[in-house]
Write a protein that binds this ligand. Sequence first.
Ligand code: F6P
Length: 406
Amino acid sequence: MKKKIGVLTGGGDTSALNATLKGIALKAEELGFELIGFMEGWRGVLKGGRYFTLTPDLIDENRGGTLLKSSRTNLIKDNKLDEAVDNLKKLDISGLIPIGGDDTLTVGTALSDQFTTTFVTKTIDNDVGVNPPEGDAVDYSKMVNYFCPGFPSSANSVINYVRDLRTTTYSHDRVIVVEAMGRDAGWLTLSAAYGQADLIVVPEIPYQPDRLAEAIREKHTEQGNVIVVVSEGIRNDDGELMITSEAELDAFGHTKPGGCSEIIVEAMKKRLPDISESAFRALILGYLQRCGSPIPLDRDIAMKAGAMAVQALSDGMFNGVATITRTEVGIEPTLLPLEQVLKRDASGHVIRRSLDLRFYDAERYQMSPEGTGYFRPLFGDLPHPELSLGDRLSLGSRLIEIGEIG
Ligand code: F6P
């Protein structure tokens, strides 16, 4: 009888989850494992959970989302770790591969004390891993998990939406505040620099409305239209999330962010009375930045990471995480011990990876040269500043004014 291994996907979906599943299924087939897919994250291993045999032909690695569906079930909070272990044992599963972000991996870590487990990361927030060592020169090869699968595809969407938004912003002389996902981490928001965002506001730096208003005023005077991209997770002076609906907690106790762009628009209207109120708009990108097909680079490395996790289980290496490393020659999967990937604070809570502030120029609300160094393997060089100014002024810069109707 074939040895069985299991897989599940937890937390918010990404475009590259099916790619990881495909990599796992292909490797499992090659090594002679039967692969069992558990539906809806950790819910799938509990009483009533659904599971099925997963073969490579069932999985389309170019399709976003996850064939296995997902949930934010928290086995720790629900006191269900023992039940999960019992069920996995009853099904003769010899090893489990949870694919997830910090929450899924936190549950997986607790489970791994009693059950053979190897992990693969995913999250559009890019907050699982460790930043390069401190110092003036950034050594990107020393990052633990250069990026989380799913992040490059979402960043690519943010870039395209922000770039496309310019035509409307120009045509109607708008000041548009775009809200990007990422919870407490500014990675996705910062990627908007490649879409020529004028001002980028990340959650790692306290939000200062007066300073932001001043920066908007300057850009508006210069070009007549402004795109500001803000992180959904920015906080007010009291350190509270800026949300428009009633606070909602997810299964892991995190307050769900949402709506800060609308709050900022109102604050900016008050501070900038010289700009017509009707120029301001808020735009929440929402799930549009999490859906759709993966970009090839993301897809390919997600498949490799999945394959690596199966190989690790087969080689008897447990409690490892298939991470991504940037090397001189490219981007490769690397298996690391769990403790090296998930750092914890004194009370045992997982510390999410914030945006490395060397990558951000807080004075200019822009990406720094070190930030471009980070993103270059994904998206190349930043658009040239002068060319991009031309783009912002668009046709207007080439129109020859004949006169003014008296
Ligand atoms: O964790 C990924 C993420 O997309 C966050 O960026 C976002 O805040 C959250 O999930 C949204 O969660 P939900 O899918 O529950 O709306």
